[in-house]
Design a binder for this molecule. Structure first.
Ligand code: GLN
Length: 530
């Protein structure tokens, strides 16, 4: 089922195989009809992870990038919408030579082609393919069919891992294997025999459970792997190796591999565990609620980026979510922000909670709390500065007030055209773009480089009409597109504020466990001083 940890399991299997010297890539399959994740709201989908080549994908792609420390591209993300779209386009172009085009086999063929393409592009020895959804639902049946066909053709080249949940019902207090037995039987009905079962549960698998699963699911007992809940997802690869999972997979796939090297990863995990002194980070955003539940997944990359930077500084990150709505109704509440060592306003869309975010940014600026604004967080910081320092009271983004007297943030003409034609899907400014950093600035100091590449996802931009006026009042435009036309980074000078940086891009998409992002490092370092 969704949320059981397939993404982390896939990324971790990739990690342990990579640690054996194999080149690994990963493919995510989302069985919905949306062509990409860009058109779904965060309650439906969680975070939209943007790849270097501008694809709007699932947060699991982010997990793969973080665990494997490689860039994952558009070819590695598949949705049913995308698969059907290309088959139908091909049919329209007569590329099937007059044949009847059918769901089977043409859809599975397209799926297999895509997997091969992604593998070839990455030059991978092993491709981890994660099929989203639940076995037995209609939506992913053609993906299972593709998997079956691949295995039939090359039985030694395909291994199946069933990630299954084993509940421990409160009243009974015993771990139940039946749902996993059922899941395994359903896979059998699709012509697939799992080679491994990852038993996800609140508890580790014990001997009787392993025996039952082996017997009833027809899987070798030492291929039943225990995957209990643990404090940090980064321990998962290490736990898998406690059961020699990489060796077992390598044998199943008849691969040759080197001796295991997870040294650096272990060092990272140990360092994180040893960090005891806290650093308090407040994220002022809008909450995403689903009924009685709150979904923090919408900002997973931001959260992980903060963690990496905190751990690298031997601090234990204490991240708190603050609903910006409260600062709209009650400005006195803003005072609670002073308890934080640093503040982040993440990306966002629309008007809910925006005035509260602006109030929080003002508080961070005036009270010298280290601040990092991500995308919307940069745009709103510009508006805040325009309103309260440059006295442009009505300053706003045209996303919220199209008739504002001072459109400090406005939409680009080509974006306006797309919007008027209702071309919403995959049309924002997306993916990696270069940015040139100005000498002597906080940003330049953090990156220690002149040109950087960062990933974008937005329609609105800083309005250059306001550049001069704001510069005069002390705002620094420390990063722009190479032609100087697009403002990518704003900041306050070091002698005016310990760390106040807003970026039009999403640095959180490029932060990696072993390589924390320089801007998050800058924020945390400034926070330590506070
Ligand atoms: N809503 C803003 C825009 O479209 C910011 C987007 C974001 O934060 N990702 O430009």
């Amino acid at each position: 089922m969704s949320g059981v940890g397939k993404g982390i399991a896939s990324a971790s299997i990739g990690k342990i195989l990579q640690a054996r010297g194999l080149k690994v890539t990963a493919v995510k399959i989302d069985p919905y009809l949306n062509v990409d994740a860009g058109t779904m709201n965060p309650v439906e989908h969680g975070e939209v992870f943007v790849t270097e080549d501008g694809d709007e994908t699932d947060q699991d792609i982010g997990n793969y990038e973080r665990f494997l420390d490689v860039d994952i591209f558009r070819d590695n993300y598949m949705t049913t919408g995308r698969v059907y779209q290309s088959v139908i386009n091909r049919e329209r172009n007569l590329e099937y030579g007059g044949k009847c085009v059918e769901a089977v086999p043409h859809i599975p063929y397209e799926i297999i082609d895509r997997i091969k393409r992604a593998t070839k592009k990455a030059g991978a020895d092993v491709t981890i393919i994660e099929v989203g959804g639940t076995v037995g639902e209609y939506q992913n049946v053609l993906y299972l069919e593709a998997a079956r066909m691949m295995h039939l053709k090359n039985p030694d080249d395909v291994a199946f891992v069933l990630v299954s949940y084993l509940p421990v019902p409160g009243k009974i207090g015993e771990m139940k294997t039946k749902p996993t037995q059922q899941a395994s039987q359903m896979l059998n009905a699709a012509g697939i025999q799992p080679d491994f079962i990852l038993g996800r549960s609140t508890h580790p698998l014990d001997e009787p459970r392993r025996q039952k699963l082996a017997l009833f699911c027809n899987v070798a007992k030492d291929h039943i792997i225990s995957a209990p809940d643990i404090e940090s997802v980064y321990d998962v690869p290490i736990n898998f190796e406690k059961e020699n999972l990489s060796e077992k997979i390598i044998k199943t796939l008849k691969l040759k591999a080197k001796k295991h090297d997870l040294k650096e990863w272990r060092r990272f995990v140990n360092r994180a565990r040893a960090a005891k002194k806290p650093i308090k980070v407040g994220i002022v955003g809008k909450y995403f609620e689903s009924g009685d539940f709150i979904l923090p997944d919408a900002y997973i990359s931001v959260i992980e980026s903060i963690k990496y930077a905190a751990w690298a500084n031997n601090r234990k990150p204490e991240i708190e979510w603050i609903n910006s709505d409260v600062y709209e109704k009650d400005k006195k509440k803003l005072r609670e922000l002073s308890k934080f060592d640093c503040l982040v306003v993440p990306g966002g869309f629309g008007s809910r909670g925006v005035e509260g975010k602006i109030n929080a940014i003002r508080y961070a600026r005036e009270h010298k709390i280290p601040y990092l604004g991500l995308c919307y967080g940069m745009q709103l910081a510009s508006i805040e500065f325009a309103r309260h320092v440059c006295d442009l009271r009505d300053a706003n983004t045209t996303e919220i007030n199209p008739n504002t007297k001072h459109p400090v943030i406005h939409i680009m003409p080509e974006q306006l055209e797309k919007m008027s034609k209702k071309q919403y899907g995959n049309t924002m400014r997306l993916g990696g773009y270069p940015c040139v950093l100005k000498q002597g600035t906080v940003a330049r100091h953090a990156y220690n480089k002149e040109t950087i590449f960062e990933r974008h996802r937005h329609r609105y931009e800083f309005n250059n009409e306001y550049r001069e006026a704001m510069e005069k009042k002390g705002l620094v435009f420390s990063g722009t597109s190479p032609d100087g036309k697009l403002v990518e980074i704003i900041e306050l000078p070091k002698d005016k504020h310990p760390f106040f940086v807003g970026v039009q891009f999403h640095p959180e998409l490029k932060s990696r466990p072993l390589n924390p992002h320089p801007l998050f490092m800058g924020l945390i370092k400034a926070g330590l001083k506070k």
